[in-house]
Ligand binder design. Structure first.
Ligand SMILES: [Zn+2]
Length: 401
């Protein structure tokens, strides 16, 4: 099977997760794709292919035992942000200009709005009908990994042992939760979950959440003088103590932020919720300290227990775990150059499963899949780019330098 045939088969499975479900996988339908992948892997000769009770799929392509054992990981679910059922993919021989995705609903992908299209002239694009996402995130990763596995198994070239892992529920932040790092048995791994060709990521945010509760005192406003404490004003004062320019809407690249995600309040009780993000650990800690100092200042001013701050770390920058083993990144970069890609290292302004896996003992940078416009109805991927990403994976596994 070619990489595009595989891909078109996988996108016929609806694997939308459900963040309100407490099971793993969060939706049973993800296991239908998992079972199909196990069947396919077994028929390819991956004899230990299996799905565990939580819907994680694993398998091994044995290689030269003197080489490092390398993992390739992709996720089976698709983003809940856009419909993921009844996907009607179509192959377009792209010659430039706008693409009419859906004639009856007049849904058009405009070249002026999606600059990446200009890089895809003369390629075969797989697009949606404009009513669903495509699922290249991350079914392209799965198709590329299994096609690479097939190429490795049929080639005479010496290659590293490949450990394959397909996870559920990445899009709702749980893909690494029940990943069996010890059982996986790789020395290191790559998630194949990035965007355009050449993307190579090994830095993400350090992340924490903050809940700030303010205690007020309600009393009839007619007799409130010197008695009422309006917790909503306390909340506003707290916000006013935070750095004005460290917000998502005023930052980019390596600039971190403190982001007020929601607020609720009445006179008696108010709550602010924030997320805190920074690539740099010292700056990340400093942002948390700013919040602690603001809470302490207000408790000093208005009395202890006026403000209650609860900080919780979410995930950390994988760079701290990758830096001691930069040869993993170097290997990917070298392979990219060997297959004619131009490596582009971009800091992720978010987190990845690979970040969590890196902290679980499996260093795990992220590689491109070739897709564009993830999580939406304008998602597309070029067949030629999927082939290039497949070649990249083969190159990584056969690099015996
Ligand atoms: Zn993804």
């Amino acid at each position: 099977m070619t990489v595009s045939e595989r891909f078109l088969r996988y996108v016929s499975f609806d694997t939308t997760p459900d963040e309100f479900s407490e099971t793993c996988p969060s939706t049973d339908r993800q296991k239908l794709l998992g079972a199909a992948l196990v069947e396919e892997m077994l028929s390819m000769g991956i004899t230990d292919a299996r799905m565990d009770e939580h819907g994680y799929v694993y398998g091994t392509v044995p290689g030269d035992p003197s080489l490092p054992t390398i993992g390739l990981i992709a996720h089976m679910d698709t983003a809940p942000d856009a419909p993921g059922a009844n996907i009607c993919p179509r192959i377009v021989e792209y010659t430039g200009g706008d693409i009419l995705l859906n004639a009856s609903e007049q849904i058009v992908m405009k070249a002026s709005a999606f600059e990446s299209l200009a890089t895809c002239v003369d390629k075969h694009l797989i697009v949606t009908d404009g009513t669903t996402l495509l699922g290249a995130d991350d079914k392209a990763g799965i198709a590329e990994i299994l096609t690479a596995a097939e190429l490795l198994m049929s080639s005479q070239q010496p290659h590293a042992t490949l450990k394959i892992g397909f996870t559920p529920d990445e899009e709702i932040g749980r893909g690494a939760d029940l990943f069996d790092v010890a059982g996986f048995g790789a020395d290191y791994a790559y998630t194949v979950d990035g965007g355009p060709v050449g993307e190579l990521e090994y830095e993400n945010f350090n992340a924490a959440g903050a809940k700030v509760e303010f205690k007020g005192l309600n009393i009839h406003p007619g007799s409130a003088k010197d008695k009422m404490v309006n917790s909503q004003y306390l909340a506003m004062e707290f916000q006013s103590l935070l750095p004005v320019h460290q917000k998502p809407e005023t930052t980019e690249g390596y600039e971190g932020f403190i982001h007020l995600t929601d607020m609720e309040g009445c006179v008696e009780q108010s709550t602010l919720r924030y997320i805190i993000r920074d690539h740099d650990m010292d700056k990340f800690l400093a942002k948390k300290q700013v919040m602690e100092a603001a809470a302490a200042f207000m408790n000093e001013k208005y009395g202890a227990d006026t403000v209650k701050l609860t900080l919780r770390d979410s995930y950390f920058n994988m760079r701290q775990k990758i830096e001691p083993c930069m040869y993993i990144v170097e290997r990917a970069k070298r392979a990219m150059e060997q297959v004619g890609m131009n490596p582009v290292e971009v800091p992720i302004r978010g987190g990845t499963d690979g970040a969590r896996l890196s902290y679980m003992g499996l260093p795990c940078p992220n590689l491109c899949t070739g897709g564009h416009n993830y999580h939406g109805r304008y998602e597309y991927i070029a067949i030629e780019d999927m082939e290039a990403c497949t070649a990249l994976l083969v190159q990584i596994l056969t690099d015996i330098a």
